[in-house]
Design a protein. Structure first.
Ligand SMILES: Nc1ncnc2c1ncn2[C@@H]1O[C@H](COP(=O)(O)OP(=O)(O)OP(=O)(O)O)[C@@H](O)[C@H]1O
Length: 612
């Protein structure tokens, strides 16, 4: 029932095409019934001189070409009629294929569109829990399974049912005895086919899973190829892949063997069925109960019926698969997402931010932020320092509305963040993520992503601030250089710098760096901070970092520990307090002494006030 509802829902907008393809199938089937009738007519009436009372309409159709005398002299006319019928059948089958393909391709396209759109707006939690491979499979092979159902199985079920009904009524009108003989093994073949295909479904599923595992293994291996090489684990990886490869081969072999056994058994049953019609039909013909033409007609219909009936089980089993796929697609489409939310307000964002008694947890009972209160004025630079897992990124996640806070208050200027439109606030915040991601496009296109109306001059300017302009120019294609998957032809630090340039191009009133200078060397870090310093006060800037020199020049430094703010103040204030900040500062200075090198670090320590 659920499946039928889904069929009805999915065909929306394409039902006319479906009706047309069903009409074409009916026409093809009707026409296919004509050839044996023409042959019977030729054998019995033209050659055999017997009366022909098959059906008034068909009688008239053949009579249209002339009387018996005329036709017996020009028997080639019957050959031409058969050829025309075959061409007409082919034409109707072509139209059926065309219309059902158009409808099913539309359905698949709409489904992919809906899924893609939905996935753009899912809540962040969804991506944390969902497996990427599984999502990709739902958007590709599950959609394909549903498409195959609509393009083939649905119409084939209709064709088979129509074929059986029409053939049966036609055969019954000619000879009840022969019809019974022609149908004697049909139920057995049908039941056997249904039983077999239900049973084999499990093997199909196992094979699909084994193939999925093999491709997932390959994908993981390719993504982690550097780790594999670095740990010299090639042999181990090959063995793991071999195991999956072997398992897949064995399952496919088992599947093909089972299908071959089924085919040979059902072939055997079909031959016996044809044998029964031939022997019993010959007996009745000799006795004069039926004509030779009727025997030939029954044999033709028998052959026409056998193929769809033996495949009926397969079609039904595949339909079961299509319903499972449709449900997997529906699971995604029925998820709650940001799309369902009402639009929030869109105030002008100046850049004043205040957190008041914010508590936050991702998982109930596991507090991540504990009573956070913090005031950031427009244009200020705030640095956040804290151990891993202390809640720095979570603070940013709330600000960008990736997650919602349940208690406390966050105000942007004077507006409660909860009331501000999600897209609006994200448009007004530039964020450089902890793990920068670059699309497989040119460097320029990756930069345009931030602001498609930006000028080339602005792009170069942002790249210069992020100290990546010279690096880009050193590539032979310059800004047109196409980045590989995940930007692999850039180093980690280069990717970070490019994503800083991208964020700067957005020109938002709020700028966030989430540990975005960790992969650049101290010298480059200093250069970027100097360049940024010139833009100071243009945007409220939040910097999350572990390197003290990155942090020290901020207007306000916030020290987080296990989700709580434990210290807050300027570098000068914090250095004079006994606390985490002073301890880390001392550790980094001691390290510097240990290394005992004349370093940029030393300069940084001296210039901390100006170097953000
Ligand atoms: N999506 C999530 N679901 C559940 N727990 C999460 C999620 N994201 C983060 N956490 C948990 O919240 C805590 C704070 O994480 P957060 O990423 O804010 O730390 P952080 O200070 O930014 O750390 P780092 O410096 O390593 O990036 C951690 O204990 C982490 O395991």
């Amino acid at each position: 029932m659920k499946g039928i509802k889904l069929i009805y829902k999915y065909t929306k907008g394409n039902r006319k095409l479906y009706i047309l393809s069903i009409i074409a199938v009916i026409m093809a089937t009707v026409v296919s019934f004509l050839s044996p009738v023409i042959i019977k007519f030729t054998i019995d009436y033209i050659i055999g001189d017997q009366s022909f009372e098959i059906n008034n309409v068909i009688n008239k159709f053949i009579g249209f070409f002339g009387d018996r005398d005329f036709l017996s002299k020009k028997i080639w006319i019957m050959g031409i009629i058969i050829i025309v019928i075959a061409v007409a059948e082919g034409g109707f089958n072509y139209l059926k294929g065309k219309w059902s393909a158009m409808a099913s391709e539309n359905i698949a396209k709409n489904l992919r569109e809906k899924l893609y759109e939905k996935l753009q707006y899912m809540y962040f939690d969804y991506y944390t829990n969902a497996k990427t491979g599984d999502l990709v499979q739902r958007c590709t092979s599950d959609v394909e399974t549903v498409k195959t159902f609509f393009s083939m199985q649905l119409v084939e079920v209709g064709r088979t049912i129509f074929l059986v009904v029409v053939a049966l009524s036609f055969m019954l009108s000619l000879s009840i005895k022969m019809t019974l003989a022609a149908m004697v093994l049909i139920p057995a073949i049908l039941i056997f086919s249904l039983y077999f295909h239900m049973k084999i479904q499990k093997v199909f599923l196992e094979t699909d899973e084994a193939e999925g595992e093999m491709s997932a293994g390959l994908q993981e291996n390719l993504t982690g190829v550097r780790v594999v090489r670095a740990f010299a684990r090639e042999k181990y990886e090959m063995e793991r892949f071999d195991e999956k490869n072997l398992n897949f081969r064995d399952l496919v072999y088992k599947l093909l063997k089972t299908i071959a056994i089924f085919e040979s058994r059902v072939d055997f049953l079909s031959i016996i069925q044809i044998g029964i019609v031939t022997v019993y039909g010959t007996y009745l013909t000799v006795k004069g109960e039926i004509s030779l033409g009727t025997l030939v007609l029954f044999l033709s219909y028998e052959r026409m019926l056998l193929w769809p009936i033996r495949m009926f089980g397969r079609i039904l089993a595949d339909m079961g698969k299509a319903f499972v796929s449709a449900e997997r697609i529906e699971e995604i489409l029925n998820e709650d997402s940001e799309q369902g939310e009402k639009d929030g307000i869109k105030p002008e964002i100046k850049g004043n931010i205040s957190f008041e008694n914010i508590f936050f947890e991702y998982i109930e009972g596991k507090e991540v932020l504990n009573n956070i209160s913090l005031n950031i004025k427009k244009g200020q630079t705030v640095a956040i320092l804290g151990a891993t897992g202390s809640g720095k990124t979570s603070l940013v996640n709330l600000l960008t509305k990736f997650y919602d806070y349940k208690s406390g208050s966050i105000k942007i200027d004077d507006t409660e963040l909860n009331k501000i439109d999600k897209r609006w606030i994200r448009e007004n915040i530039s964020i450089v993520l902890q793990e920068p991601f670059m699309f497989s496009k040119s460097i320029k296109d990756n930069l345009y992503l931030a602001n498609k109306h930006t000028s080339e001059y602005e792009i170069y300017d942002a790249a210069k601030i992020a100290t990546i302009h010279d690096v880009i120019n050193s590539f032979s294609e310059g800004y047109e250089t196409v980045l590989g998957e995940k930007g692999v032809n850039l180093s980690g630090g280069q990717k970070q710098r490019l994503s800083i340039a991208r964020a700067l191009l957005k020109k938002s009133p709020i700028l966030i760096f989430d540990d975005s200078l960790s992969a650049v060397d101290t010298e480059t870090d200093r250069e970027i901070r100097k360049a940024l310093n010139d833009r100071k006060h243009k945007a409220t800037t939040i910097i999350i970092a572990h390197r003290m020199t990155t942090i020290a020049g901020a207007d306000v430094i916030v020290v987080l520990d296990k989700g709580k703010i434990v210290q807050q103040g300027t570098h000068k204030e914090l250095i004079n307090q006994n606390g985490i900040y002073k301890r880390i500062w001392n550790i980094q200075n001691e390290l510097k002494d240990d290394i005992n090198e004349e370093s940029v670090f030393e300069e940084d320590v001296e210039n901390v006030e100006v170097s953000i």
